[in-house]
Write a protein that binds this ligand. Structure first.
Ligand code: DX5
Ligand code: ZN
Length: 246
């Protein structure tokens, strides 16, 4: 796919948009599917990945408990790969800044749990990390359209958050498409991440719909060669990705 004019559906109308070339894609393995007793080695096993996805769960926002600030601090010293912390916790307004201080390069909070998402995104950015907001499957993007310029990434959950290894929710594809259209319409410099059930079977659908950052847990750590799985997923996503509008 090369540069040129393309017709793109935005809401109910077709717009002519100039496309500058293929979109760059990123693969973020989720250590939720790794061996928690060997986290440093498991992080090294995917050093070709763009980010390491770290799922923080508090057994309140989701019915599962994983890890917290001290583990993130140790992990950030154990790997060169930047950490993409996904906070599935209550009261992220209170706890998220500590994850930036612990070394996370990107911090994602859930909008359903945040009391003041704009203030929180600004605080995360001011502390030096990328600010990202996540939407559970039942949370629509449209009410948050005006907040998008405050964010470096939007995460669309493609399973109910809480556990790895769940089946991908195809019904999220229209939301991914609508979010990509919003990003293009406003010319925003932000990434669109998908998380949950992303695998060799589903990654192309996500890329075609407009996602450009792909979290994969079991599809990476459930294989004998996690680094090879990352490379294969990246090739698949890049081949299916839409082009970048200018
Ligand atoms: C689920 C987590 C995901 C999880 C994805 O709540 O946010 O990051 O690790 O695992 P897979 O890729 O196995 O669905
Ligand atoms: Zn996650």
């Amino acid at each position: 796919m090369s540069e040129g004019w393309r017709d793109r559906w935005v809401g109910t109308q077709v717009l002519r948009i100039w496309f500058a070339g293929p979109m760059s894609v990123q693969i973020n393995p989720s250590i939720l599917s790794a061996d928690f007793a060997r986290l440093a080695e498991e992080a090294k096993a995917v050093e070709g990945a763009d980010w390491l996805h770290v799922d923080v769960m508090d057994s309140h926002f989701v019915p599962n408990l994983t890890l917290g600030v001290p583990v993130v601090e140790s992990l950030s010293r154990a790997t060169q790969t930047p950490l993409d912390c996904h906070l599935m916790i209550e009261d992220p307004d209170r706890w998220a800044p500590a994850y930036v201080e612990a070394g996370a390069g990107s911090v994602t909070f859930h909008v359903e749990a945040a009391a003041a998402p704009v203030r929180l995104a600004r605080e995360i950015r001011a502390k030096g990390a990328r600010a990202s907001m996540a939407l559970r499957p039942a949370t629509p993007v449209e009410p948050y359209e005006d907040l998008l310029p405050e964010l470096d990434m939007l995460l669309i959950m493609t399973v109910e958050p809480g556990f790895g290894g769940q089946a991908f929710l195809d019904i999220m594809l229209p939301k991914i498409r609508r979010t990509r259209a919003l990003i293009d319409r406003y010319g925003l410099d932000m990434w669109l991440q998908v998380d949950g059930g992303v695998s060799a079977e589903t990654i192309e659908r996500c890329a075609e719909a407009g996602a450009d950052v792909f979290v994969a847990g079991s599809a990476v750590y459930g294989t004998d060669d996690p680094a090879a799985a990352v490379r294969a997923l990246r090739e698949q996503a890049a081949a299916a990705a839409v082009e970048v509008p200018r």
